[in-house]
Every structure is written in C-alpha cells, then in structure tokens.
Design a protein around this ligand. Structure first.
Ligand code: F6R
Length: 616
C-alpha cells in the first residue's frame, strides 16, 4: 500500500525513480510524485492519477540530479489531489518526504507545529511528518554536526504514534537520504557507489540484489557511497545483508495484456514451485524445512487457529476442510482484523497459523504479534521473502510463487491452497492417516499442475461465456463443502476487477435469502464438481432454473450432470477432493478477468484497491 522509492548515487535519479515507481504502481495508483536534487535545488513534481500522468510531466524535463525520492499513493488521509500527493515538503522548504503508513497523533503534532509557525498545504498526516523533521532540524540540529539530518529524523519519529515507512531528503544535505520504518516495510538496496530505498525490493530488484530489510524502529542514512543503520535509541546496528532471490523478468508482463492474466497462466509453475522438494522420499507425506517444530510438538497440537485477510482468508476457510479431513485437528478460521482485538479462548495446545501473500498485511502482522505476545507459537505461510511476517514468525513456509503484481490475488491463492493441503497431509501422517492414503494424496497433489494446465486450455471458451454475461449487474457464486470458500473467492474476484455485484454462498443457503436476487439478469455460477453431494447441488440448480435464472457451472468432465440444466459449462478434469478447490478456482479467475477487461476496467489496478494493505 503506497510505493516508496529512493535513490542516492552517481546515475541520473529521474529514470531510476520513474522505473521504480512503475514497478511499485500496484501498491497504489491515486497519484504519484518525485522530488530530486538539481544542483542545490530540490524540485518536486506531482500528478494526480496513474503513473502515466507523472511520466508525462517529468519525462520531458532535463533533470540530471543523482539523488531523489518518489511515491505512488493509495490515499488514507485526505482526498486524491495534487496537494495531497507525495513527496511533501516542509513549509520552510528544507525537508522533502515520502511516507507510507498512518500517523495516528497527527492532529496534536499539527497543532503544535502551527503554533511554531509551520504551515500546511495538504490534508495529509505525511506533511505533518515533513514539518516535524524540519522543526527538529532547525531547533536542535545545529549542534549535531555531520549527523544533523539523520538526528532530526530520529527526534521527530520519537514523537510519532502510528506506522511509517519513510524516505526523506534535506535541502542543505543534497547527497543524503534517510529512511525509517515502523510497521510499514522499507528495504535498502546496495549497489556500486549507490543506494536505493523502497517499500518493496521489487522497486529496485532489476538494479541490485544486495539488500537489507529494515526492522521496526530502524533508521538508515546514506550518501550513496556509504550507509549506516541505527535505531531510535541512537545505537549503531550491524546491517544484515541478504542476497535477493528475485527474477526481475518475472515482474514483466511477458506479452500478456495484463499481469492478472499472466499470473493466472503462471499457476501450473507456481504450484510446482510450492511442492518442489517438499515430499518425503517414500512418497507418503510432505515435509517443510522451516516449520521449526518437531513431529512430537506437532502431534501435541489439539487445535489450529488460521488467521488472514481477504483472499488469503478464503484459503484458510478451504484449509479448514483439508486439515479437519486429513489430520482430524479442529480448526478455526478468523479474520486477522477481528482476531487481534478479541480475546479468543486458546490453550497451550493451540497452534496459530497466519497466511499472507505479501507478508506485510498490517492486520495479519498485528494478529500474529498479539498471538506471540500471549505466548503462542505462530507459523506463517507467505510469498513475501524477507517480509515482516516472514521475519517475525516462529517458523513457516514460503510459497515461492514469484512476484504477484496484479492487485487481485490469483496464483498466490492456489499456491496457498496447495501448501495448506500439503500441511494437512503432513499433520495427518503424523497422526492416523495410513501410509497408503498418504501415497495417494501425494500422487493427487503432484498431478495438479498438469491438470491446472488442462483447465487453462478453456480460456477461449470462458472468454465467450464472459462475453455473454458481461452486461449483468449481479451474480451469485454457489458451492458446497470445500468449494464453498471457492465460491466466496469467485465472488470477490468478480467484484474486485469488474465491479459487478457478486455474492458467494454455500449452495444450500441460497434458499434462505439470496435466491430472491435471481432474475434472468442475475446468473448463478455453480461449483458443481463435488462428487460427494452432487445430487444436492443439482437440486439447487433446478431451483434456480425454475425461477428463470441462467446457470454457469464448473463441472467435472464425465460427470452425469444433465446437459440441459447448465447453460454455460466449464469443464475441469476428474480429480480427488483435495485437488478440486484448486482446479475449480482457475475458471473463476479467468471469468472475472475477462469480465473486467470486457467492461473496460483496469483489472491490474482495480479502483480503490492496492496490493498489500499496510494500514488498519
Ligand atoms: C483479493 C486480494 C486481497 C488480499 C488481502 C490479503 O484479490 O488480493 O483480498 O488477499 O489483502 O493480502 P495478503 O495475502 O498479502 O495478506
């Protein structure tokens, strides 16, 4: 949420900042801006709208400065205007700053700064931060000599309640850049005589792989050639440098019209990556290197609480079926935002597992912190290598799905389902699942990438179905058992990227209310591929047809659903119950993506949304 990029070095900052912002645009796209030094002058250029608007303004300018910061915004405080866009400048002109997060006590700080003669031209909490740093720079900085800028940032942050990832420049220190983080990610990139700052290593990964992930309460100072890491307590820290395992090409569209489409098609590979090296040599179970729990400890787990937000929450709902069926351990699934504020009764045999693609979702991070504060062991499943959740969890599993740039989660969801199914298998085998059943599940899982490929072959047919329904205003998604959360995910995907009103329900529940929505203009999208209670699902289909509803359905190839009751069938291969939620998801993603494109929506950057929600 909001993208930050900063550069201090020897090359022209303009192109580096614009390129970084392009790669970070998925984090916010209300407005964007850059500030960079031209000699001893600090220029700020901002524009409302997507990054293209900024590129049109900045592109033609001959700017040679080698130090600068940039930002792409997802509005929290203040409307979407140029004044509210970042970078913000202190009213004395000395400090320029980009900020991701929320300053909770901004009103009190603003009142104080007004009394000190500082002025404000925006409605944002971030401008308050720029002025607060300027205040400290002016007031008590003089005695600080060479560290004056860094010290003024540190002193300002001591007064801040809330969250921040920042990058700041100082007019009187044209070579220097300072960054800091508290609950909003910030990564330092180290190049040859140059340094980068970004809210996401993707902002500079094409230029350097040598990185330091900042922790909360840490500040970084750099003049390009050198950098230092300190904390709010002024202690000097040893930077833990890491090599980024990142393929910059994976962050490109590679000929696809949209990242969302590309990422849907990457699912067979992402599923392979989720499983690679994670099956036992006897082929009867899964194993994970990073769980940091012994089989004995895992056998003592009597209850699992799964916590996540959005699509990742639906992955957890599906996992409830996987874990309870395969491992017979009771599971509860909680929205992270709810869990963190309620004292859910848990005992010492409860294991908490959080799931987050980005590893930076603030509610999930805080839910994890609260569980850990209470003394519970917390495991994490995340795609965010080096993310806050990955670093703070007691143990966990990386998804290795590759960067997901489309704002709507696609490949990360099926990868989470796959890993959760493997975890259920592992826990099951540690308990009472037989060797033979374990072998069968391993074979089922291994077959999924090829089956996913088969489903993707129906892209064209799904496009035609979307064409037939692209004008509808409402849609119901209906499924049973482990396909019920997939119906919820199908509805979320359609809403997000096409703005069609959609609701997901357990199929039998639709008689208790949602069926009132059915008209010829409100199709019902059934997940009718569950062998177990297919007869009941067929009855639900008849009930909707009897009221004039149109039926789109994901159906198992060769199943005996009468042809005449489904208007638009989409076939998935015959598969085990564990594989079905993954395979049935793919048509829903393709359908939503095509509906969005046909309706003229930007499916990669849906309105009002941003990838990685780092505010509460
Ligand atoms: C929906 C979507 C969101 C995320 C949610 C959690 O398509 O992408 O609902 O799933 O914001 O994000 P992560 O998984 O990064 O914690």
């Amino acid at each position: 949420m909001c993208g930050i990029i900063g550069y201090a070095g020897k090359h022209g900052a303009k192109d580096i900042l614009l390129d970084g912002l392009k790669r970070l645009e998925y984090r916010g796209y209300d407005s964007a801006g850059v500030a960079l030094f031209e000699g001893n002058e600090l220029r700020t250029i901002r524009a409302v709208g997507t990054l293209d608007a900024l590129v049109r303004k900045v592109g033609p300018l001959d700017l040679k400065g080698t130090v600068g910061i940039g930002h792409t915004r997802w509005a929290t405080h203040g409307g979407i205007t140029e004044d509210n866009a970042h970078p913000h400048r202190s009213s004395d002109g000395k400090i320029s700053l980009v900020h991701n997060g929320v300053v909770e006590n901004f009103a009190a700080i603003r009142t104080f700064l007004l009394s000190q003669g500082y002025q404000f031209s925006s409605e944002t909490d971030s401008e308050v931060l720029a002025n607060l740093i300027a205040y400290h720079y002016q007031r008590d900085g003089k005695s600080r000599g060479k560290n004056r800028f860094l010290e003024s940032v540190r002193r300002a942050l001591l007064h801040v309640q809330g969250t921040y990832g920042i990058a700041a420049l100082c007019l009187e220190r044209p070579q220097e850049m300072v960054g800091a983080r508290n609950s909003s990610p910030l990564v330092l990139g180290i190049g040859d005589g140059e340094c980068y700052l970004s809210s996401d290593a993707g902002g500079f990964a094409a230029r350097t792989k040598d990185v330091v992930f900042l922790s909360d309460g840490e500040l970084v100072w750099t003049n390009g050639a050198e950098f230092s890491l300190t904390n709010l307590g002024q202690e000097r820290l040893v930077a833990k440098r890491q090599e980024l395992n990142w393929d910059p090409i994976a962050g490109e569209r590679n000929g696809y019209s949209h990242f969302m489409l590309k990422e849907i098609f990457e699912q067979p590979q992402a599923l392979e990556n989720a499983m690679r090296g994670r099956f036992s040599s006897d082929g009867s179970t899964a194993h994970f290197g990073g769980l940091a729990m012994t089989p004995r400890e895992l056998r003592q787990v009597e209850r699992i609480v799964l916590c996540a937000c959005g699509t990742a929450y639906y992955a957890c709902l599906t996992a409830e079926y996987f874990i309870e069926t395969m491992a017979r351990i009771p599971v509860e699934v909680e929205y992270a935002s709810e869990f963190r504020y309620r004292n859910a009764p848990m005992d010492r045999h409860t294991l908490v597992l959080v799931v987050s693609q980005s590893g930076e979702t603030l509610d999930t991070l805080e839910a994890m912190r609260e569980a850990r504060r209470k003394g519970f062991r917390v495991l994490a499943i995340t795609n965010g290598i080096g993310s806050s959740i990955a670093r703070e969890a007691d143990g966990g599993i990386y998804q290795h799905a590759g960067p997901e740039i489309g704002v709507a989660a696609t490949k990360s969801f099926t990868s989470q389902l796959c890993i959760l199914a493997m975890l259920a298998l592992y826990l099951g085998r540690l308990r009472d699942m037989s060797f033979d059943e374990g072998v069968q599940i391993v074979e089922v899982l291994k077959a999924i990438p090829a089956q996913a490929m088969e489903v993707l072959l129906q892209n064209e047919a799904i496009l035609h179905i979307a064409e037939r329904h692209s004008r509808c205003r409402d849609m119901l998604f209906l499924g049973r058992q482990a396909l019920f959360p997939i119906a919820l995910e199908g509805a979320l995907k359609l809403k997000e990227v096409s703005y069609v009103h959609a609701e997901g329900h357990a199929a039998a529940e639709m008689k208790h209310g949602p069926i009132a929505l059915i008209t010829p203009d409100c199709p019902a999208f059934f997940l009718a591929c569950d062998d177990f209670i297919l007869g009941k699902t067929v009855s639900n289909i008849h009930e909707i047809r009897a009221r004039g509803g149109t039926i789109i359905a994901v159906v198992t190839r060769g199943s005996n659903i009468p042809n005449e009751i489904v208007d638009d069938p989409i076939w998935i291969p015959r598969a085990h119950a564990v594989a079905k939620p993954i395979l049935a998801t793919i048509p829903l993603q393709l359908f939503a993506c095509h509906m969005g494109i046909l309706r003229g929506c930007d499916v990669d950057k849906p309105r009002n949304l941003a990838k990685s929600v780092t505010v509460e």
